[in-house]
Design a protein around this ligand. Structure first.
Ligand code: SF4
Length: 166
């Protein structure tokens, strides 16, 4: 099973959005008990903006240089996944994080209002404009396209948290 990074390391999430400490163990336990290996993807936001990033929306990440960054950090994971596939291992699927602007599978988030957040009234405007919409996050779009190019089309699963998840 391929997992987005924070499924196995919730510390990568924007503070204070993590709803789990460490690992989403309830979600991954059945796979572990069934004998699946877990293949952890890199976190594109952590490697691009670090731990001091704000929570952002898909519009903000939907930029050619960020997409290039996603493809860049996926290059070696892709090589490894292709090696597993060629060796005959079963790819159970991808476990994403719904609501995320990057790792959402059925749900991502939009609502960027633009510009500075000051004065404070603009912060509440920004928060009010956030919404979940059907669709995939930027990183997931790039990952699925790279997988498609090497002939892999795994089943998609996602954790859905209550709040914006990245
Ligand atoms: S959902 Fe967000 S924090 Fe988790 S791996 Fe994806 S980008 Fe990183």
């Amino acid at each position: 099973m391929i997992t987005c990074h924070c499924v196995l390391n919730a510390n990568a999430k924007v503070y204070p959005l993590a709803t789990e400490r460490g690992i989403f163990s309830n979600v991954v336990s059945p796979y572990i008990e069934a004998g699946c290996g877990l293949f952890q993807l890199p976190c594109p936001e952590l490697s691009y903006l670090g731990m001091n990033r704000w929570g952002m929306t898909k519009e903000q990440y939907d930029h050619s240089n960020f997409r290039a960054h996603c493809r860049d950090i996926l290059r070696y994971p892709l090589v490894q996944l292709q090696a597993f596939a060629r060796a005959g291992y079963e790819l159970v699927g991808i476990l994403g994080m719904d609501g995320s602007p990057n790792c959402g599978v059925t749900l991502t988030c939009r609502g960027y209002r633009g510009g500075e957040l000051c004065p404070l009234s603009r912060v509440s405007d920004q928060v009010k404009s956030l919404r979940f919409i059907p669709g995939k996050g930027v990183f997931m779009e790039e990952f699925l396209e790279m997988l498609r190019q090497i002939g892999l089309q795994p089943e998609l699963f996602a954790i859905r948290e209550k709040e914006i998840t990245a």
